[in-house]
Design a protein around this ligand. Structure first.
Ligand code: IVH
Length: 664
């Protein structure tokens, strides 16, 4: 009984620590411990909960992985409706709004205003009772939304408990969204996997939350910023005071500014209109709110929007132009992507002449014809895209797009596997693959070779100076100097940048190799457990699939990649050149436990994180479940099912003393 109490106490202590560090990382952007340290805490908590399922509670931070898929969403009626906002298109509209506010408030009242960015995501309402998250809902039509509690719980910036003595019932409201960089990365990964990509971050955020299977939501990089309160908001005297209080409760709050007078508000709106692209997520305006709650109540609402707030909307980053043609771009994975050739058009200060059409189905579903007038949209550095055709503008001269049956680069037949959205060139020797691979290799998120962009790569490739990524490392300054646009200095700079990329860690190299399904996150996971040598010689599908976050499809793609002769030759050359193929995460490859997989279970003399650190310091890997690939099980008191499993599989079992012996 006391032991059980100890376990319960330890679980609670771990949960507190994990919650604390979640908050430091996801809400305050100020982590205190390293990722491996954090993983060790979560690992220990998961292990204890797995051994004591009766102690698992829905508010445990481990439950963010998402529960069982649901049949459909339940409806939720908002006790306080979720209103929308009236729009101001011009700064003049803001001044008129200010005049109306003053008129309604009367002469002696001087309104103070708060400005916040208007985030283009999905509006949601959270509900905390007694400081615990009990429910989450979408805005829906403002009166009735959908119960997405399980989905919202998976968002790391949504704390499951509040700090600082919050009101008994509190409904913080805000916007769930996905940052532009995360959106791009996810789309790249989806594309590499042959899955459908998302048209914009807003659709991705909405699609991720309205997922019946919360495990899918958990894998999406969603985050939240709060800007209001439904029920429970009565106690705050001002909007700014409420936001400050939300911050104190440990919630992630939309940044805000307080202004005296409308001219300061106008200046702020104009500033953001200019700087909108410096924000890492999609915003479509600035929201202006009367700060005083008393004044808000006096102003009241009309129809579905309050009189005390207004949205200053930016010019949309969209435009209309003619779709002149659809050409096919062959990517490094062999994917054939239809690309729109447009009559050049200025969208928010950038001239757009090309845009993506994603894939064959996208063109078909949107009913886009060559010759159509189309609407295009752009956001940050994300590739612009064609969002729809203006059917009324047709003159009968438009024609349908047909996906080619042969690769436009090598003329070999293409294939579109059933269930995949992407058509691919499967000819391993297709030059498009080689060139696109070089472009990918040099790109920022891969080897980050400064100066070797798409244009130059194409030129060097066309000149025959580089045929594959290994050739890049053989480029000499003397070969570059004669080229137009190069001088001695710039040639040397490029060679230096190429040389410098040799310092990139193995995870980058692995990602840069362009193995199908292996995005940058997967590459990091794999590189922390396997070296290049391991992957070439001994890694198995089962072994790779044991890495948390690596599924069987990915594992198979990796094994297949390293088993092909062409690839082995390339990797061999890259190793000779001196690129990094060492396993990462500071796990020495030559420690006494190098390459050993160890499960740690039961109650030990010291916290589990202590043993995990020792193990990893000795080159070993901590794994959570016992299998035939486990090398040792370190078992303490009350070790339970994992110990049994180890005995069944004849895996050596150690106590603390035995473990220490191995370490020495
Ligand atoms: S306040 C009573 N603040 O805009 C006012 N809304 O048209 C309720 N939105 O559905 C909304 N950023 O999805 C407010 N800082 C912000 C916002 C914001 C985005 C969205 C929200 C709402 C829509 C209103």
């Amino acid at each position: 009984m006391t032991e059980k109490r100890d376990v319960r106490g330890r679980i609670e202590a771990l949960r507190e620590q994990v919650r604390y560090h979640n908050r430091r990382y996801h809400i305050e952007d100020a982590p205190e411990i390293s990722d491996p340290e954090y993983d060790a805490l979560v690992g220990e908590l998961e292990a204890l909960e797995a051994e004591h399922p009766e102690l698992v509670t829905p508010d445990s931070p481990t439950q963010r992985v998402g529960g069982e898929p649901m049949e459909g969403f339940e409806e939720i009626r908002h006790a306080v409706p979720m209103l929308s906002l009236a729009n101001a298109r011009r700064t003049e509209d803001l001044r008129e709004w200010d005049a109306r506010v003053r008129r309604l408030l009367g002469e002696d009242e001087e309104p103070r205003y708060v400005t916040e960015l208007k985030i283009d995501g999905l509006a949601v309402s959270l509900r905390y009772e007694g400081g615990r998250l009990v429910r989450g809902a979408t805005r829906g039509n403002g009166t009735v939304g959908e119960d997405v509690s399980a989905q919202l719980r998976t968002i790391r910036s949504v704390p499951d408990r509040l700090d600082d003595d919050p009101p008994a019932v509190l409904e913080p409201r805000g916007e769930a969204y996905i940052a532009l960089a995360d959106f791009e990365r996810l789309n790249e990964e989806l594309e590499a996997e042959g899955k459908k990509t998302f048209a914009n971050p807003r659709n991705l955020a909405a699609g991720s939350i309205r997922q019946l299977d919360p495990k899918v939501t958990a894998r999406r990089p969603l985050t939240i910023l709060l800007y209001g309160v439904g029920e429970g908001g009565e106690i705050f005297e001002s909007h700014s005071g409420m936001l400050a209080a939300l911050k104190g409760y440990g919630l992630r709050v939309n940044p805000y500014e307080v202004h005296e007078g409308i001219e300061s508000v106008v200046a702020e709106c104009e500033r953001w209109a200019r700087e909108r692209e410096s924000v890492g997520y999609q915003i479509d305006g600035v929201v202006v709110k009367v700060d005083s709650r008393e004044q808000q109540l006096a102003l009241g609402s009309v129809a579905k929007s309050p009189r005390w707030a207004i949205a200053y909307k930016f010019e949309p980053l969209a435009g209309r132009t003619k779709l002149l043609d659809i050409i096919i771009n062959v990517g490094r994975t062999g994917a054939l992507t239809p690309q729109a050739v447009l009559e050049p058009v200025n969208v928010g200060g950038v001239t757009i002449s090309k845009a993506t059409l994603h894939n064959e189905d996208y063109v078909r579903e949107k009913g886009i014809l060559i010759g159509d007038t189309v609407v295009i949209e752009r956001a940050g550095d994300v590739i612009p895209q064609v969002v729809k055709a203006i059917v009324e503008d047709r003159n009968g001269g438009e024609r349908e797009f047909v996906m080619p049956s042969r690769c436009p680069v090598c003329d070999e037949p293409v294939s579109r596997p059933p269930g995949e959205a992407v058509t691919r060139c499967v000819n391993a020797r297709c030059p498009a693959l080689a060139l696109e691979h070089i472009i990918h290799w040099a790109s920022k998120s891969a080897m980050d070779i400064d100066g070797l962009g798409e244009k130059l790569a194409r030129r060097l490739f066309d000149l025959g100076l580089i045929k594959d990524v290994a050739d890049v490392y053989e480029l000499q300054a003397e070969q570059l100097v004669p080229l137009e646009g190069f001088g001695e200095k710039s040639a040397e700079n490029l060679v230096r940048a190429i040389e410098k990329s040799k310092e990139q860690p193995f995870s980058r190299v692995l990602y840069a190799l362009g193995v199908r399904h292996v995005g940058s996150v997967t590459a990091e996971l794999v590189a922390s457990r396997f070296s290049g040598e391991d992957l070439m010689q001994s890694a198995t599908v089962e072994g790779l699939a044991e890495i948390k976050g690596v599924g069987e499809v990915v594992a198979r793609a990796i094994v297949e990649y390293f088993s092909l002769e062409d690839n082995q030759n390339l990797v061999g050359r890259l190793m000779e050149i001196g690129l990094n193929f060492e396993r990462e995460a500071g796990r020495p490859a030559d420690g006494p436990l190098a390459g050993k997989r160890v499960v740690i279970t039961g109650t030990l003399e010291r916290p589990r994180s202590f043993y995990v650190e020792q193990l990893e310091g000795a080159g070993g890997t901590f794994t959570s479940s016992v299998s035939k690939n486990t090398d040792y099980v370190l078992a303490g008191e009350e070790a339970g099912s994992k110990l049994e499993r180890a005995r069944e599989l004849d895996v050596p079992v150690l106590d603390e003393a035995g473990f220490e012996e191995l370490l020495s």
